[in-house]
Design a protein around this ligand. Structure first.
Ligand code: FES
Ligand SMILES: [Fe+2]
Length: 384
């Protein structure tokens, strides 16, 4: 840990260089709670954060309660079918209202039964009749901005941030032929890991580790960088078959999405949508790795898997999809273990910055995306 101001740009001059000249981030960026709190306030809370799929909340009253960097959030579908996000805190004395996932016709506080409609309005507050000047209409749930793209749901704590579509830049152009709005999330798995969120994201966005870490599962991968505008970075990997199956299971491959354009039909995309979600879009499915940071050195990782509606409707879907799960359940623990090992090494006070390979341009760019938002001179928070 350094004793001087860790947000002084002078510490990071070498991280700012092009990838083949650059150094990695100093270890305190992965271990310091002070650095993490700056990321929360200047980065996570001012940008669009992926929270899940629309199809995970299909009916009015479906809700999920999430914890995002210490903020309790409710995402729900209201009676009119609209998705909404609220702070998970009662307007009476602040109690957390909902937990986990479920279905409710209205939100009833577990403490004194104040009752909120799915639209957020306070509709019942028994016992408040004598309270002077109490106007129920002024005690609705606190709304949070929510926007969607092709069924992917994002929230933003910053009322001044640009709209989601502007934030995503040209990403939708690359994925237009995947018909992502027509996908269904069929599984989510969670892992609680002893590592910083950036470690996990960097790992997901570099191929350098694949021949070593995944030598017994998915093996080496070779990618080319895509030219991105907006708050994402991506790679394209040429391949004629899905990479969501292990090589020995390719006979179980589902039909490819029929609308794919020529490039998408012969390859797949890896993308990070900043600040912290990794996506993989293959010819027959897509999946994401979502980080829920719990502090500097702890991260809940959620892997979600989506398939086209027509694939999910196949009579053999539930049997064949097990091969896909097998692939993720084999490769993910390999990434989990190496990420925790990297965190353990970076926690040494003797650890010093290293250098990067040509395989790791996005590792350099993730570091710089963070620095652009947290350092003293440049803290802003919006998409480039
Ligand atoms: S804290 Fe919610 S009703 Fe009292
Ligand atoms: Fe990996």
């Amino acid at each position: 840990m350094i004793s001087e101001n860790m947000f002084d740009p002078a510490h990071y001059a070498k991280v700012r260089l092009p990838v083949l000249q650059a150094e990695t981030l100093p270890s305190w960026c992965y271990t310091s709670e002070i650095f993490y709190r700056r990321e929360v306030e200047h980065m996570f809370k001012r940008n669009w954060n992926f929270v899940g799929r629309e199809d995970e909340l299909p009916k009015p009253g479906d809700y999920v309660a999430l914890d995002m960097f210490g903020e309790g959030i409710i995402i729900l579908r209201d009676k009119s079918g609209q998705l909404r996000a609220f702070a998970n805190t009662c307007r009476h004395r602040g109690t957390k209202l909902l937990q986990g996932r479920g279905q409710c016709p209205a939100i009833v506080c577990p403490y004194h039964s104040w009752t909120f409609a799915l639209s957020g309005e306070l509709v019942a507050a028994a016992g408040m009749e004598r309270t002077e000047g109490f106007d129920r209409r002024r005690y609705s749930l606190i709304p949070i901005r929510l926007e969607t793209w092709e069924g992917f749901v994002f929230i933003n704590f910053d009322d001044d941030a640009p709209k989601l579509r502007a934030y995503l830049g040209n990403l939708p152009e690359f994925l237009g032929s995947h018909c992502l709005a027509d996908m269904v999330c069929v599984r989510r798995n969670e892992y609680d890991l002893a590592c910083n969120w950036k470690i996990y994201l960097e790992n997901a966005m570099e191929e350098y580790h694949t021949p070593t870490v995944h030598k017994l599962s998915i093996g080496a991968q070779v990618t080319v960088r895509e030219a991105s505008t907006g708050a994402w970075d991506g790679m394209y990997m040429p391949t004629d078959h899905t990479i969501a199956l292990l090589a020995e299971d390719l006979d179980s491959e589902f039909p490819h999405i029929p609308t794919l354009d020529a490039k998408a039909a012969h390859g797949m995309y890896f993308a990070v949508i900043y600040p912290m979600t990794f996506f993989a879009f293959t010819q027959d499915c897509c999946w994401w790795l979502q980080q829920f940071p719990q502090g500097a050195a702890r991260t809940k990782v959620v892997i979600g898997s989506c398939f086209p509606r027509a694939t999910v409707a196949r009579p053999d879907f539930s049997e064949r999809v097990k091969r896909y799960y097998r692939r993720w359940d084999k490769s993910l623990p390999e990434d989990n273990a190496i990420s925790e090992l990297q965190q353990a090494g970076l926690s040494s006070s003797l650890s010093k910055p290293g250098r990067l390979s040509f395989h790791e341009p996005v590792v350099r760019d993730i570091a710089n995306w963070v620095l652009d938002r947290v350092l003293d001179e440049r803290a802003h928070g919006h998409a480039d």
